[in-house]
Design a protein around this ligand. Structure first.
Ligand code: HEC
Length: 212
């Protein structure tokens, strides 16, 4: 467990959710892969992309990617690119299907920048877009991950967070308390591991926080 970035108690929860998360989150992405990559880059090892290389790749695909998420009609999917960025560059996220992700939040989510120990108010929304790069340098858009703080009582077990996953083609994979809620309960299961004191938030890894 020494490689686990969180306290051991939380880690157990997190690790048990990982297997399910990988199956669920990579399944649809692989289907997407069949339709061919959006871009091609020359990379030696996708896992070793520098922040500059990852940013360059991201910038080349983000407009198309965001247009596709917006087709869902979800207000956060439509607006998130105008929000504050909490990550300084795309960073690798093993827990979200081995992808590179970026982190954004709306105005009510501002205190997220303060990191661990922050509780966010009703109406706060956090958005993570994502992409992957395979060993041949092919780039694939990934899902958009959303957490929205709902009114008290929405889902006490989830600290009233609503979790949404939107696929790269703009379709909903699932929304807790909404369409295909069972498909996204694993989001809640893992995020609980971040603890109540952190409002079920894991925060951007050190070194990739926009204020770092
Ligand atoms: C196996 C654990 C795990 C699962 C499953 C998981 N996440 Fe996360 N999530 C994390 C970790 C760790 C972070 C912080 C690092 C990062 O961004 O990758 C995070 C960060 C986030 C953030 C930014 C807010 C924060 O916590 O810092 C959002 C939004 C998010 N996840 C949404 C989702 C959604 C939606 C799902 C389900 C489709 C999901 N996550 C599934 C572990 C998980």
């Amino acid at each position: 467990m020494s490689s686990c970035p969180w306290a051991a108690k939380r880690c157990l929860l997190v690790v048990s959710a990982v297997a399910l998360a990988i199956v669920v989150m990579q399944g649809p992405a692989n289907a997407q892969d069949l339709s061919g990559p959006d871009q091609h880059f020359s990379v030696t090892n996708p896992a070793d992309l520098s922040p500059e290389e990852a940013t360059k790749i991201y910038q080349s695909i983000v407009d198309d990617m965001a247009d596709a998420y917006a087709m869902s009609g979800d207000p956060s999917a439509i607006n998130y690119r105008r929000w504050r960025a909490f990550s300084s560059s795309p960073y690798p996220s093993a827990t979200h299907g081995g992808r590179f992700v970026n982190n954004y939040g709306n105005a009510l989510a501002g205190p997220y920048a303060d990191g661990e120990g922050t509780l966010l108010p009703e109406g706060a929304v956090l958005a993570k877009d994502s992409f992957s790069v395979n060993i041949d340098g092919n780039v694939f858009p990934g899902p958009l991950f959303l957490m929205e703080k709902m009114a008290p009582g929405f889902d006490p077990e989830a600290r009233d967070w609503r979790y949404t996953m939107i696929m790269p083609d703009g379709s909903f994979f699932g929304v807790t308390g909404g369409v295909d809620t069972n498909r996204v309960q694993f989001c809640v299961a893992c995020h609980k591991g971040a603890g109540d004191a952190n409002d079920h938030l894991f925060f951007v890894p050190e070194g990739f926080r926009s204020a770092d």
